[in-house]
Design a protein around this ligand. Structure first.
Ligand code: C5J
Length: 232
């Protein structure tokens, strides 16, 4: 039974923390630090820093309840067999996916830039999900992991709001999950896209999800310490 009320738009959402997962999308050095994929595309990567502190607070609250935590990483196999040419051929020819950069080969698994930023580093036992595309469900075992854990609600954080966060929420919504974007835990290289991206989710009565934030999540989970382990 959902026993926890999350302040959200367009309406509060009742959910069961034991059946929810915090999904942190692509908080990787390649997107947040200079010299990575984000910067090679001409972006000001400092704009994404705004999401780090709120993500830390949401992550601490989720960990304290024993909630399932999933960290995703966008990237490709070193042989790039899983990288569609249509994706690779964009951007400056010397700074494309697979090219050498200051943090290793850009957006390639195992390279320094592909790793998650130290501030949000996964704890032992948390799921780290490598994905070749923008959506976390595409060509991954995410749906199987969620099914095996009885998850029905996704609390989604990370970068960027209008690309991988949006795609994942759209994919999750179509698969029947209640998807909540945690607004201050998400960020974009384009502040307007961030704002409008969140508006799109919650418009039309929540056409493909809800929008909440880290403070509301912390408040909702306030006294739910180790909900999952005590429910077991
Ligand atoms: C992008 C992402 N923006 N994680 N990836 O290419 O949003």
């Amino acid at each position: 039974m959902p026993d926890t009320l999350l302040a959200a738009e367009p309406a509060p959402l009742a959910f069961d923390p034991a059946r929810a997962a915090l999904v942190i999308i692509d908080m990787q050095r390649d997107f947040l630090e200079p010299g990575g994929f984000g910067e090679t595309l001409g972006n000001d990567v400092s704009l994404l820093q705004a999401a780090v502190g709120p993500c830390q607070r949401a992550l601490a609250a989720a960990r304290a309840t024993g909630m399932l935590v999933i960290h995703t990483r966008e990237g490709h196999r070193p042989d790039m067999a899983d990288a569609p040419p249509a994706k690779v051929e964009r951007g400056a020819p010397t700074a494309r996916i697979g090219c050498a950069g200051p943090m290793g080969r850009i957006l390639i698994r195992g390279e320094a830039g592909h790793d998650i930023i130290p501030e949000l580093y996964p704890a032992a036992g948390e799921v780290v999900l490598d994905k070749p595309g923008k959506g976390a469900f595409y060509q991954t075992d995410l749906e199987l992991i969620l099914k095996n854990r009885g998850i029905d609600t996704l609390l989604v954080a990370g970068v960027t709001t209008e690309v991988c966060v949006h795609t994942t929420i759209r994919e999750g919504n179509d698969r029947g999950y209640r998807c909540v974007a945690l607004a201050d835990c998400c960020a974009s290289y384009f502040p307007d896209f961030h704002r409008v991206g969140l508006d799109m989710i919650k418009a039309q009565g929540g056409i493909f999800g809800w929008v909440s934030d880290s403070a509301a999540l912390v408040a909702a989970l306030g006294n739910k310490t180790a909900a999952r382990s005590s429910a077991a």
